[in-house]
Design a binder for this molecule. Sequence first.
Ligand code: MG
Ligand code: MG
Length: 250
Amino acid sequence: MSQYKPKTTEELKLMRKGASILREAQEAVKRHLKPGAILLDLDRIAEEVIRSHDALPAFKGFHGFPSTLCTMVNSEIVHGIPDSRAVKAGDLISIDCGVIYKNLITDAAFTEIVGGDETNPKRAKFSQCVYQALVAGCEAAKTGNTTGDIGHAIEQKISAGGYNLVKEYTGHGVGHNMHEDPHIFNYGKPGKGDLLIEGMTICIEPIVSIGNPKNKTLSDKWTVVTLDGKDACQWEHCGVVTDEGLEIFV
Ligand code: MG
Ligand code: MG
């Protein structure tokens, strides 16, 4: 970590622009995300927005991943491949997306209850807790703090909610590569781990199960699901470490 090279002002500018494209793709997907929406259509919509800005979908082709989005419905945890399934009212869907703009990568995820929170209040409460954990993690992402401070803040919120972290999956540095140093675990001890420095661009992404976090990868070799078939949820912000916490790009 002593080797970490903070992003330059110019690189940060490009990442903010890439993030604004990613946000536009997210908004387009959200507008289409109604009961009956087909996962593949969401993927196409995101890809069209991204390419219309001379940017590229960062996940497509990454280690052979076939799509622009990762779509995770209910018990799917990460790396879900959009297919011809339609979502239903009350489904819990997490959508992860990455953009490459001028060779710099941004990466972010959100979760929604299809048809609105009132269609499944238990799932809405779960998603809200994971989001609040993300917010706490972002607040802890201050210059001079450590990755352990971020992880601790996230873990506290998830434990308080009575949910369980899927500990295999972590946040990460981002920019020139999809995954850069440092690793950002969603648990940890205050003051431990890697030092957060000004100009460090990171993704913070709590990935959480409502039941047992044990999981397996499906035969498509990508989609990771909970073994107990219970729900999982992911939220992710991408931004730069500052004195006041994470400046959230997206
Ligand atoms: Mg990520
Ligand atoms: Mg992501």
